[in-house]
Design a protein around this ligand. Structure first.
Ligand code: TTP
Ligand code: MG
Ligand code: MG
Length: 350
């Protein structure tokens, strides 16, 4: 199953304001629904972490927030601006080339497939760094086997954190985390579960699953699965990740290696031309070889960076294809660029 990297921006609206008005930084700041002149009538939409130290929270009447901290700095929300920043974040994330699901204005999940925990962690560090560099904003990232656990890891690591819940840590996490932290468990279901003797998420496993379904319907089934460390929530991306490939049959010349190398040059140039036309870059290179007995082999390689360079495509493809074509007689070869990202988007936005 594919790993999920879950990104949520820290104190998003307030962080956007700190970015364009750095003088607001370092002291408690709230962003609310009403005009500054009339601020006490509205509610706090979010606040920076300095304000949270005083107990100020999203959804709280602004009046109450000022009672908690009288020198609170206040800004009225500017939705169009946050939308624009959000779009820039999403465009950067989708340029990584993995399936992406935007979960809200300030959060997204990406499915990194079988990248593995180590590489996913490195990628997450790079994402944090890039978002900070390009946009001047902090975020927190959670990594796990599904969206629910990845989001919970993200919540736990806030602010400016990174937490991976792999199989080993997940077990401990489920035993030590209050069931009310599970997304979807509101105050009503929390009361019900408490009455059944459930404290931690793992405790749900002590209840008969039939009873859970009786009490909670299909959510009961999900609760039981999650409590057992099974998270089947998948990233649903809006657009499928494309790859661009070209293949061609060899003429069967005397010197096979030479023919393969020169055909690979042609194919790589065609792929690059197609990428350029679409203003895209790639983060992975694949090759395919069909032998004279019609059996096939493929190889692919994820790069640690994105590129639109012919040399990068060709050099990776040639090394993989040499390995595949050494022993057997080859009939056809193919080359593919995958994990595509949108270049114009990045250039335009940052
Ligand atoms: P959140 O991600 O829930 O909160 P946050 O980014 O402000 O803080 P953090 O993630 O570090 O805990 O929400 C994203 C934005 O959505 C938030 O900046 C403002 C807006 N929002 C509201 O307008 N009303 C609300 O009740 C909440 C929770 C958020
Ligand atoms: Mg947030
Ligand atoms: Mg959020």
């Amino acid at each position: 199953m594919g790993l999920v990297i879950y990104i949520d921006m820290d104190y998003f609206f307030a962080a956007c304001e700190e970015k364009r008005h750095p003088e607001l930084k370092g002291r408690p700041l709230a962003v609310g629904t009403s005009d500054s002149a009339d601020k006490l009538r509205g509610v706090v939409q979010t606040c920076n972490y300095e304000a949270r130290k005083y107990g100020i929270r999203s959804g709280m009447p602004t009046l109450k927030a000022f009672q908690l901290y009288k020198d609170l700095q206040y800004v009225k929300a500017d939705d169009a601006y946050y939308e624009e920043v959000s779009n820039a974040i999403m465009e950067y994330l989708s340029s990584l080339g993995f399936p992406l699901e935007k979960m809200s204005i300030d959060e997204a999940a990406i499915d990194v497939g079988d990248l593995g925990y180590g590489k996913a962690n490195e990628l997450a560090e790079r994402i944090k760094e890039e978002i900070k560099q390009r946009l001047g904003l902090p975020c927190t990232i959670g990594i796990s086997i599904g969206k629910v656990f990845a989001k919970m890891a993200c919540d736990k690591a806030k602010p400016d954190g990174l937490l991976t819940l792999d199989e080993v840590h997940l077990h401990e996490f489920l035993k030590s985390t209050d069931v009310k932290k599970l997304p979807g468990v509101g105050s009503k279901s929390y009361e019900k579960l408490s009455a059944m003797g459930v404290k931690s998420i793992a405790d749900i496993r002590n209840i008969d699953p039939l009873r859970l379904v009786d009490e909670f319907g299909s959510f009961g089934r999900e609760l039981y699965a999650l409590a057992g460390g099974i998270d089947e929530s998948k990233v649903v991306s809006e657009e499928r990740v494309l790859s661009i490939s070209r293949e061609r049959t060899l003429r069967g010349l005397e010197d096979q290696q030479k023919e393969i190398d020169s055909m690979l040059e042609v194919l790589s140039k065609e792929v690059i031309a197609e990428l350029n036309k679409r203003k895209m870059e790639f983060g992975g290179v694949g090759v395919k070889v069909r032998y004279v007995d019609f059996s096939e082999k493929v190889r692919d390689r994820s790069l640690s960076y994105y590129s639109n360079s012919y040399d990068v495509l060709y050099s990776n493809a040639v090394s993989m294809i040499r390995e595949l074509s050494r022993a057997n007689k080859v009939r056809k070869i193919g080359v593919k660029a995958y994990r595509l990202g949108n270049m114009s988007g990045q250039k335009k936005l940052f």
